[in-house]
Design a protein around this ligand. Structure first.
Ligand code: SF4
Ligand code: SF4
Length: 82
């Protein structure tokens, strides 16, 4: 699954540069994740880097974007061309 930032986000900006896929950006009110670019960090890291770094723990899985590990790996390959 892609991940999702909830309205508990405090706009601290630490997750944006931590994302290896440039999937995180500043939205109108809170930071947002582009589900087409989020691979849960599969292909890059063992753990989702935004979840590891977020100080308020506001990045759950996005139930509207259900994907298994092979889906996420395919997305990683599409994004990176590897
Ligand atoms: Fe980016 Fe990884 Fe967080 Fe997805 S899980 S938004 S790829 S840092
Ligand atoms: Fe929001 Fe967490 Fe990202 Fe900070 S690290 S901008 S609180 S989602």
């Amino acid at each position: 699954m892609a991940l999702l930032i909830t309205d508990e986000c405090i706009n601290c900006d630490v997750c944006e540069p931590a994302c290896p896929n440039d999937a995180i950006s500043e939205g109108d009110d809170i930071y947002v994740i582009d589900p087409d670019l989020c691979t849960e960090c599969i292909g890059h890291f063992d753990e989702p880097q935004c979840v590891v770094i977020c100080p308020v723990d506001c990045i759950p899985k996005d139930p509207d974007h259900v994907e298994n590990e092979s889906d996420l790996l395919a997305k990683y390959k599409r994004i990176t061309g590897k």
